[in-house]
Design a protein around this ligand. Structure first.
Ligand SMILES: Nc1nc2c(c(=O)[nH]1)N[C@H]1C(S)=C(S)[C@@H](COP(=O)(O)OP(=O)(O)OC[C@H]3O[C@@H](n4cnc5c(N)ncnc54)[C@H](O)[C@@H]3O)O[C@H]1N2
Ligand code: MOO
Length: 449
């Protein structure tokens, strides 16, 4: 099916349970499963999620094809964070702390100079008796009154020194030094920043460059973090090739690389990457075989064509349905389901921009939540340009983000990532949006963990 015909598709009907059943029946998919699916969604949400909402009211409105915002919320509230592991700190960037980082040592470890200058004892003038540098041999004896040592920032201050006087505050005459010296000025006292056992970073924080540095400084070499969610990426399509120049009728895989990048950005890791022919059996075997994965992301196969097998395969393995279609454009044929053994299956449409929309709606928040990350903060900005609202749901439109506003990148098409590749974010354009009005952003730039 072409992108243009995909654009034509999509009145209100397709987003009701009845509409979904009708279109499946028309496609020979067995509409009878629709009712079971609806019951399963409700039961699963009651039991597994414990949402404090009125599910019957929710189900009547939109049992399987939620609004985009609800789909996002659902995906990030579905999973519980996974196993905890202890890892060398350096490898934990982007993971979420399951236990606080605690200091193994005091900081500073001993009284040290905070400035380059002179450590002095007693009253001025002071007679210079030596030098102490960071990393060099500490001054072994107490400093006698009326004497000084030249000292470098970070070097241990000799016992009985009462202050460090910076070079620029001193007057030096031969081996005599004079200057102002308040009590313990420019001396950092042992343990004044951190004491052994102090909590440096609380649980729940993402390991960033600053966390790594703080942990290393305080000797916390091993961190306890949530395991990275394991994702198996399954790219379906007889026509999809992973490399080289596509022959007539073939397309290069756009979604495998894009999905892999989003998974890593969300704190997950791709443990397997498969290319599958368009057969239900191949998909069934792949879902079954991905037992080491927490999430299976399937690209293509999400629609109602004869070669689109995802729904049938999920029904065949009695998967629990959470999302079957989202009221957005492009990207409405997206799926969130769970297999009997607890693995999440995310179905992403094959049209590349539609697949990207689905990946940021369902896959990225799901992986981030499994990784223990807090929900992303949502921003709204005024949007300039032509965003053509979609009357039956929201439209996702690529934008560049400027200082306090967003500007539409023109030319977005469901089958092309060209406009999205020039964008910083997608804006969620509501049906009643008017030019210049604010809209919510879904960022496409790498997360700052
Ligand atoms: N009768 C209907 N047909 C279609 C509907 C519908 O509601 N009723 N929805 C349309 C929409 S919207 C989309 S989006 C697509 C989704 O289709 P699938 O997820 O089943 O994907 P495919 O049919 O396999 O492929 C669609 C398109 O994308 C190309 N493709 C697939 N995978 C990749 C990839 N990894 N990298 C690059 N391009 C890929 C594929 O060659 C097709 O051109 O369904 C519409 N049809
Ligand atoms: O047109 Mo589809 O909307 O590409 O998801």
């Amino acid at each position: 099916m072409t992108a243009a015909s995909g654009e034509r598709h999509g009145g209100d009907d397709e987003h009701t349970a009845q509409g979904i059943r009708r279109s499946r029946a028309a496609a020979g998919r067995g509409g009878a499963t629709g009712g079971n699916r609806r019951t399963t969604v409700v039961d699963a949400r009651r039991g597994a999620l414990g949402f404090a909402v009125n599910f019957w009211a929710w189900a009547l409105l939109s049992p399987l094809a939620p609004r985009l915002r609800d789909a996002l919320d659902l995906a990030q509230r579905c999973p519980a964070p996974h196993d905890v592991e202890q890892v060398p700190a350096a490898g934990a960037v982007g993971q979420v702390l399951a236990r606080p980082v605690r200091a193994a040592v005091a900081l500073p470890g001993t009284d040290v100079a905070a400035m380059d200058g002179y450590a002095v004892a007693g009253t001025a003038p002071w007679r210079l008796v030596g030098k102490v540098f960071a990393g060099g041999t500490p001054w072994s004896a107490p400093l006698a009154p009326g004497t000084a040592v030249e000292i470098a920032t970070g070097a241990p201050v000799p016992a009985d020194a009462r202050a460090v006087v910076p070079y620029e505050c001193c007057r030096r005459d031969g081996d005599l030094v004079m200057g102002p010296a308040g009590p313990r000025t420019h001396i950092r006292t042992a343990g004044e920043d951190v004491r052994p056992g102090d909590e440096l970073v609380p649980a729940g924080r993402v390991v960033t460059a600053a966390v790594l540095g703080a942990a290393a400084q305080a000797g916390a070499d091993v961190l306890t973090v949530y395991r990275r969610p394991r994702v198996c990426v399954v790219v379906t399509g007889d026509e999809v090739v992973s490399a080289g120049t596509p022959l007539p009728g073939q397309v290069r895989d756009a979604l495998g690389p894009a999905v892999t990048a989003l998974v890593c950005d969300a704190g997950g890791t791709v443990v397997e990457h498969r290319y599958l022919p368009d057969t239900g059996e191949a998909l069934r075997v792949a879902l079954h075989g991905a037992s080491g994965a927490d999430v299976v992301a399937v690209t293509g196969s999400s629609s109602v064509g004869a070669a689109d097998h995802l729904h049938r395969v999920l029904d065949g393995i009695d998967a629990r349905w959470y999302v079957d279609g989202v009221r957005c454009r492009p990207g409405h044929p997206q799926v969130l389901a769970q297999t009997g053994d607890g693995r999440w299956v995310v179905g992403l449409p094959g049209n590349p921009f539609a697949g990207l929309v689905a990946a940021v709606t369902l896959l990225r928040p799901l992986v981030a939540a499994l990784a223990g990350r807090p929900p992303a903060v949502r921003h709204r900005l005024p949007v300039a340009g032509d965003a053509s609202p979609y009357p039956h749901g929201v439209r996702l439109v690529p934008v560049r983000v400027g200082d306090g506003h967003a500007t539409v990148v023109p030319g977005a098409r469901p089958a092309s990532l060209r406009a999205a590749a020039q964008a910083d974010a997608l804006v969620v354009i509501e049906p009643d949006w008017t030019a210049g009005a604010p809209a919510e952003l879904v960022d496409l730039r790498p997360a700052v963990p």
